[in-house]
Design a protein around this ligand. Structure first.
Ligand code: AKG
Length: 268
């Protein structure tokens, strides 16, 4: 990817600060996407190139999924997936949005949302910090990379504009398909903000970024094929483990000194 101009960086950072998310153009090369698709199928079927299973030893299958598939830290299981989550263009955009000197991956999720329009493919409205707050603090955010064509019909991620300014509400639930009930609960907790949504429709290889407090979720996939993506959770030098927390006790985290579990993808 050609270096971003100062003007491009400033415009992107201003938009991210205002809205709590940013949509970047396609940056992942087509040949890497093609290789990643093959490896996603392999990992889903339980074939782990490095011998390391995704976190939680998920049940593997050769049958197409019927509900949302979420495989944590598959980048440790497969070198091509590691190549994707470490791609320097992700780091460049992340640094442009935050002005950070260092960008590090601290977790990833492979997400496969099957077609068929069921609620079991939905992701309930939530803020990511709800899930990180016991272990991590500071500048944390997510790059979400489209592997398939993420159209309006495929259940794209939706962001609530400006909700990263609402504080940590702890009213969401990633694992619930009841989006309307969650919306009401979040609005009540937020103290009456206006709810304006924007859908992240993304071509293959494009990506969105969202702040740790941005409210987001996604509905059913009514397109013909699965919606396939990686959510890549990122930190900057202005973040860290909370005092007294050990990474071994912090759910799906790996030692920040582990170059495979937690690759640094940008340094100024
Ligand atoms: O893929 C989705 O619809 C939601 C993903 C998500 O919650 C995230 O990337 O933080």
């Amino acid at each position: 990817m050609p270096a971003l101009s100062d003007q491009e960086k400033a415009a992107a950072a201003a938009q991210y600060e205002r809205d709590g998310f940013f949509i970047a153009p396609p940056v992942i090369p087509a040949d890497l996407l093609a290789r990643v698709r093959l490896r996603i199928a392999a990992v889903y079927a339980g074939e782990y190139e490095t011998g390391l299973a995704p976190v939680g030893n998920p049940h593997c299958s050769r049958e197409p999924p019927t509900s949302l598939v979420k495989l944590d830290n598959a980048h440790r299981s497969d070198r091509t997936i590691l190549e994707l989550v470490s791609h320097p263009a992700i780091g460049q955009w992340a640094a442009a949005l935050t002005g950070a000197r260092m960008i590090q991956v601290f977790a990833s999720q492979l997400l496969i949302k099957p077609p068929g329009g069921q609620d079991t493919g939905s992701v309930g409205w939530h803020q990511d910090q709800e899930y990180w707050d016991s272990a991590l603090e500071g500048e944390l955010f997510t790059a979400w990379v489209a592997i398939s064509d993420v159209t309006a019909e495929s259940g794209p991620m939706r962001f609530v504009l400006g909700s990263h300014h609402w504080g940590l509400l702890k009213a969401g639930d990633f694992f619930s398909g009841k989006l309307e009930a969650l919306k009401q609960r979040i609005l009540e907790k937020s103290g009456g903000h206006a709810w304006r949504e924007s859908a992240a429709v993304l071509a293959p290889g494009a990506l969105s970024f969202h702040h740790r407090l941005t409210v987001h979720g996604s509905g059913p996939n009514v397109a013909a094929g699965p919606r396939v993506s990686f959510a890549i959770h990122l930190r900057t030098e202005k973040s860290g483990l909370r005092a007294g927390t050990r990474w071994q006790d912090a759910g799906y985290l790996h030692d920040f000194n582990d170059p495979v579990g937690s690759p640094v993808i940008h340094r100024a």
